[in-house]
Design a protein around this ligand. Sequence first.
Ligand code: 5GP
Ligand code: ZN
Length: 120
Amino acid sequence: MSHSDPNCIFCKIAEGKIPSRKVYEDEEMFAFHDINPWAPVHFLMIPKEHIVSIAHVEERHAAMLGRMMARVPQLAQQEGCVPYPDGGFRLVSNVGEHGGQEVHHLHFHVIGGPRPWKKG
Ligand code: 5GP
Ligand code: ZN
């Protein structure tokens, strides 16, 4: 895959080279459970293309990102989040050092389920 970084852990997860608990996959995106969940529901959604962060998004990514966002509520509910407004979830993307980004492949945290949570 030309858009993959061989040293990136999330590229390896998207390619199945590192195992993960998969939530969803199609041609352009991959979703999997966070290895260190903050809450009863905590999964990550990533583009298969290696994009470093939301600060690195280009115009050509717009449609793919729109499709990712449109899929969030469906996957959140599938994974156990109670629907809006009683339930809901938190949608987070950390960018850079000050944003607390640890893995430098764009990802959206989807975090939900009954509180209290470990974090957030
Ligand atoms: P960040 O701080 O970059 O927004 O979050 C990275 C997230 O990726 C963290 O919540 C961390 O638990 C998760 N993570 C890091 N490495 C792995 C891994 O190998 N597998 C899975 N499933 N999650 C990971
Ligand atoms: Zn990557």
